[in-house]
Write a protein that binds this ligand. Structure first.
Ligand code: FPP
Ligand code: MG
Length: 181
């Protein structure tokens, strides 16, 4: 069976650059966010969403070279994903993520909510600056789905009568929309 490392090999260097760029982009404006950003990206996640963007970019460019816009789009997807996790950890009162303390448990809820908000806002700004309306529409819908899925989940907590269709709809909004759209 093909390992994940083999699948990601063509973009291994790109993902290292991505992590470096994210730390620069997020920490640049606010010292407090700089601390949260360092914290957020010191242990990179699976980086599935940017990896898909970068793999498709490399596969579809005639010369196999990717552009700054491809890199920025990959960064935007990771920013949105990370923002949603920072907020999710507040809602779930999770103490750790990726083996380290969550932002709200290292700082406090106020900082975590603001850091998540700022990441969302910054990702929207970078998205708008790509000047590609189709991509703006697609990712705006993904962000709406994330919030919708989280609301659906919150409203049906401990509801053992939840239908399978409603469960799938919630899961589509929370996860599949972002990966599959
Ligand atoms: C992880 O769920 C969380 C998500 C996949 C999305 C969370 C989305 C939000 C909090 C809404 C974001 C808000 C806006 C404004 C778009 P999980 O708790 O099932 O998984 P986990 O074990 O990784 O925490
Ligand atoms: Mg959670």
């Amino acid at each position: 069976m093909t390992s994940v490392a083999t699948l990601l090999a063509p973009v291994e260097e790109d993902l290292k650059t991505l992590n470096h760029n994210l730390r620069q982009l997020i920490g640049a404006r606010h010292p407090i966010l700089s601390a949260a950003a360092e914290h957020l990206f010191q242990v990179g996640g699976k980086q599935l969403r940017p990896a898909v963007v970068l793999l498709i970019a490399r596969a579809t460019m005639a010369d196999g070279e990717i552009t700054a816009r491809h890199r920025r789009l990959a960064e935007i997807t990771e920013m949105i994903h990370t923002a949603s996790l920072v907020h999710d950890d507040v809602l779930d009162e999770s103490e750790t993520r990726r083996g380290i303390p969550t932002v709200h448990s290292s700082f406090n809820n106020r900082i975590a909510v603001l850091a998540g908000d700022f990441l969302f806002a910054q990702s929207s700004w970078y998205l708008a600056n790509l000047d590609n309306l189709e991509v703006v529409k697609l990712l705006s819908k993904v962000i709406m789905d994330l919030a919708e899925g989280e609301i659906q989940q919150g409203l049906s907590r401990f509801d053992s009568d939840l239908t399978f269709e409603a469960y799938l709809e919630k899961s589509y909004c929370k996860t599949a929309s972002f990966v599959g759209e």
